[in-house]
Design a protein around this ligand. Structure first.
Ligand SMILES: [Zn+2]
Length: 675
């Protein structure tokens, strides 16, 4: 591949020369590695609406830091000590063991977890994987275990290396990527993308564009175009979307003589990953139809497969809108990552609403509170987790138990990226060298704004459990820059105070921009309205929401270890768990007809150590309901939703609802009752 450097790096504004230390950006620890500078898109790429900040620019605080610490104390921080596929025998550490996607998956989540927490032990663990890849590139430019001939796992490792480079400025990463992409370009024709790589090509384009913005090598864009021409046409698939109901094995061509291309195109993880495809391609194509394609994809998924936890159904293939269908954990974390990338490219606040809904509901809802066990598939109406075969599209009987590697070990390797990448995406840079809050959680951002002035913003809040957010702005010297605050679509009536002065014309579903000269000690207070919302759902059912949180019936949980019947039983210290209900679940809600939210009382508690546990739920709702006797288990799941409004005359009871993520057994989609 001919190397063609142009002068674009010299001509375009936006690059900050040289790495700067975290300490010089207002942080306290001079021992931390040198963070790489922010880099913006270079011509001919179109500019992005926002830019993700280099890893370590955002430190989690408060409950979010505690959540990352729970993760580090759970499987993420320990799985390499006992799970064979991530042991020192991994091909990605020079061993003879697993040599495909699991090492890269783990590294892709461990790097941001370790560096966001600044935990030296975890950083050493993450660096071990990064270091092996950096020191074992072959002379032809290929990377990873020699026996791997699939392009796909390399795409994941490149994403991990990017994050590592941004956190450390390690000068070896960019040359490795340059050599690797020259290698890929040289072998494009003889080894075209196939199987997973064909459907996940945008993940490599992401790394190609990252590198292009740093070295301006035009041949990288040729490689991106070649990958697009070999890759699956996601835009075309969703333009004439064939999967308008729960997929069947027959439709997917599964079984003998399977047409796996159809199955791949209805595969949940592929689709979650593909959500970013048209957005990324828009940067190259500058074709407005690619922007529209992003929304067409989201709209089709909403129309035919939407679930109330922010996800679409995929157990393992698209599965319709019944709340007893599942969503795979890999799809949850990949959809989050896609949305984080899309918010950067498109700057659409609605994408932030979607991201928060998944991160605050679907993500915690599918882990045990201590993050030592996870599910493969979670259900919005999940009333029993055991080894019965459920009505999944294609998954097996283990898919909804909590364990080490239920159903299949992809999620076991890939789940680690969910929380840390969310934490690293809360704040983004704006093209005018300002800052945008695209999602909210306790954090501290430290970066450079206009005129190269370092600024830190401390965000103190219990959001999403409470609507009050305080931002303490601390520029190194007084500086004018725009601060853009996402106002969620549900947040009609938001109040914003700047140093006590009330701001005007704040619109829900937009970014509110405060452009002023900021001084140390300036304070912005955001007060989101946290009224309960009762949202209409399928078959005249309802879903109860408050802010970005979805609420579920609190069901008594009996956790028991599964000792028999697992294909790959958990090795200690991990365990597999069945969860059985100890209290009834088959309730309908008794709601005030003209103002349903009026029927619901809010009980606010403090945020404790495990907010995503039934007893640690920081918010509880109380609402009246009655049991609906004919609503019973079918194949281990809550059966089809009873008709609403339901005529049940069972005795009236006061029900407790808790955040979806706190409830490991739950009813989320409720029938309503006749008065
Ligand atoms: Zn998975």
């Amino acid at each position: 591949m001919k190397r063609l450097l142009t002068a674009c790096c010299l001509l375009l504004p936006g690059i900050l020369l040289g790495p700067f230390s975290v300490a010089s950006a207002g942080q306290t620890s001079p021992e931390e590695p040198l963070r790489a500078p922010l880099v913006k898109n270079r011509a001919p790429l179109s500019p992005s609406a926002f830019y993700l900040l280099p890893l370590t620019s955002i430190k989690p605080k408060g409950w979010l830091r505690q959540q990352l610490q729970i993760q580090a104390d759970g499987l993420s921080g320990h799985i390499d000590e006992f799970w064979p596929d991530l042991s020192s025998n991994s091909g990605w550490l020079g061993g003879k063991g697993e040599s495909w996607e699991r090492g890269p998956y783990f590294t892709d989540g461990l790097v941001p977890l370790a560096y966001s927490l600044g935990d030296p032990k975890l950083i050493a663990k993450a660096n071990k994987w990064v270091e092996w890849t950096l020191t074992h590139q072959r002379p032809d430019g290929s990377i990873g275990p020699e026996k791997n001939t699939d392009w796909w796992p390399n795409m994941v490792m490149l994403k991990a290396l990017i994050q590592y480079q941004e956190a450390t400025s390690d000068p070896r990463v960019i040359p490795l990527m340059e050599r690797y992409f020259r290698y890929h370009a040289a072998h494009l024709t003889e080894r075209p993308l196939k199987s997973w790589a064909k459907f996940r090509w945008a993940d490599e384009v992401l790394s190609i564009l990252w590198l292009y913005n740093r070295d301006c090598d035009q041949s990288l864009l040729e490689l991106a175009r070649a990958l697009q021409s070999q890759g699956h046409d996601w835009k075309g698939e969703f333009a004439s979307f064939p999967f308008t109901a729960k997929t069947t094995q027959k439709q997917l061509g599964l079984g003998p003589g399977a047409d796996t291309e159809v199955a791949m195109s209805a595969h949940g993880v592929n689709i979650g990953m593909a959500l970013k495809t048209s957005g990324q391609w828009l940067l190259i194509s500058q074709d407005e139809s690619d922007r529209k394609a992003v929304y067409q994809q989201l709209e089709k998924l909403d129309e035919f497969h939407k679930l109330p936890n922010g996800m679409f159904s995929c157990d393992e293939h698209l599965a319709g809108t019944d709340p007893s269908q599942g969503s795979e954990l890999c799809t949850v974390v990949e959809t989050q990552f896609s949305l984080e990338q899309l918010i950067g490219i498109l700057g659409d606040p609605a994408l932030g609403d979607r991201l928060e809904k998944i991160a605050f509901n679907a993500l915690p809802g599918t882990f045990s509170a201590d993050m030592w066990a996870h599910q493969y598939d979670q259900q919005p109406n999940q009333v029993l987790c055991d080894l019965q075969q459920r009505a999944w599209s294609t998954n097996g009987p283990e898919a909804n138990i909590y364990g080490l590697e239920p159903n299949y070990g992809c999620c076991t390797a890939n789940m680690h990226q969910g929380w840390p990448k969310f934490a690293a995406s809360l704040w983004m840079a704006t093209p005018e060298d300002g800052l945008a809050a695209v999602a909210y959680a306790p954090s501290e951002v430290s970066t450079v704004v206009k005129k190269g002035v370092h600024v830190g913003i401390l965000e103190e809040t219990s959001y999403p459990f409470d609507g009050m957010i305080r931002l303490a702005v601390s520029p190194a010297s007084p500086v004018k820059f725009p601060l853009q605050l996402r106002i969620p679509a549900w947040a009609e009536g938001t109040i914003i105070l700047v140093n006590g002065s009330k701001q005007k014309e704040i619109r829900a579903g937009s970014f509110y921009t405060i452009e002023r000269r900021w001084n140390r000690g300036d304070e912005v207070v955001i007060q989101f309205p946290m009224q309960v919302r009762v949202s209409p759902w399928i078959d005249d059912s309802v879903v109860v929401e408050r802010g970005p949180l979805v609420f579920s019936l609190k069901i008594g949980e009996q956790w028991s270890k599964i000792t028999k019947g697992m294909g790959s039983p958990a090795a200690p210290p991990a365990a597999d768990w069945a969860v059985a209900p100890t209290t009834p679940w088959n309730y309908g809600l008794l709601l005030n007809k003209s103002n349903p939210a009026k029927s619901i009382e809010v009980i606010q508690k403090s945020v404790g150590r495990y907010p995503f546990s039934p007893d640690g739920a920081p918010v509880e709702l109380r609402v009246k309901g009655r049991r609906i006797p004919e609503w019973q288990l079918v194949k281990g799941s809550a059966g089809p939703l009873p008709a609403s409004p339901n005529p049940s005359r069972e005795k009236e009871e006061t029900l407790t609802l808790i955040p979806y993520g706190s409830a490991k057994l739950r009813i989320t989609v409720f029938p309503t009752l006749q008065h």
